[in-house]
Design a protein around this ligand. Structure first.
Ligand code: GRF
Length: 194
């Protein structure tokens, strides 16, 4: 029987732009003995991203990337990924679109969490769109990133029932709770194939 105990943990980088609740959740999971991964880099395109506080709290390398020039920005990101020996990139509320070129360089090694049941409702305001369309369910998806927005192969999804009188804020809150369960599960699945 192959033994996973003692196997080297994979290095992951988490890209954020905002609150970073998924980042915090992934860090907490990484600290478990058999998690199989370590978060050892946080990338943000915003200096004021609230989630950066978790990098500080857990003493994780962090880098704020200036996105005025996308080519330079991505060049800097690639340098960080290399220096930190990153095996997998996890996007978690990162509000920039990665170029096809960047994705090619890290092929099959970038995943994202999206607050809808893809392929429905790509892009922004996903819960509002689902409510407006009288959907019974919203939810979240973890998927591989390819050059088309929110269109890569789906790894895992979780449905969340839309309640009568739900607002997008109420629904987003319940979906976020499920995101925190889904992302580590999806990550585990991905890591076994890495
Ligand atoms: C999440 O809803 C995620 O699905 C979306 O952006 C939000 C990020 O939330 N891509 P947080 O910053 O992890 O709290």
């Amino acid at each position: 029987m192959p033994r996973l105990i003692g196997a080297k943990k994979k290095n992951i980088a988490v890209f954020i732009s905002g609150n970073g609740s998924n980042l915090q959740n992934l860090i907490k999971h990484s600290l478990k003995k058999n998690s199989g991964f370590i978060v050892n880099l946080v990338i943000s395109n915003k200096i004021k991203a609230k989630g950066l506080k978790y990098a500080k709290k857990y003493k994780i390398n962090k880098k704020v990337i200036n996105y005025r020039n996308i080519k330079m920005a991505e060049k800097n990101i690639l340098k960080e990924l290399k220096e930190n020996k990153i095996n997998l990139v996890c996007l978690a509320g990162f509000m920039k679109i990665l170029s096809g070129n960047f994705i090619k360089k890290f092929k099959g090694k970038i995943i994202n969490i999206h607050p809808s049941l893809l392929p429905k409702y790509k892009g922004l305001k996903t819960h509002q769109k689902a409510i407006n369309n009288n959907e019974k369910y919203s939810g979240c998806s973890v998927h591989y990133v390819n050059s088309k927005l929110d269109s890569g192969k789906i790894i895992l999804q979780k449905k969340v029932k839309i309640l009568k009188d739900d607002t997008d804020v109420m629904l987003a809150k319940r979906v976020l709770k499920q995101e925190h369960l889904l992302y580590p599960k999806a990550l585990k699945k991905v890591l076994t194939n890495l």
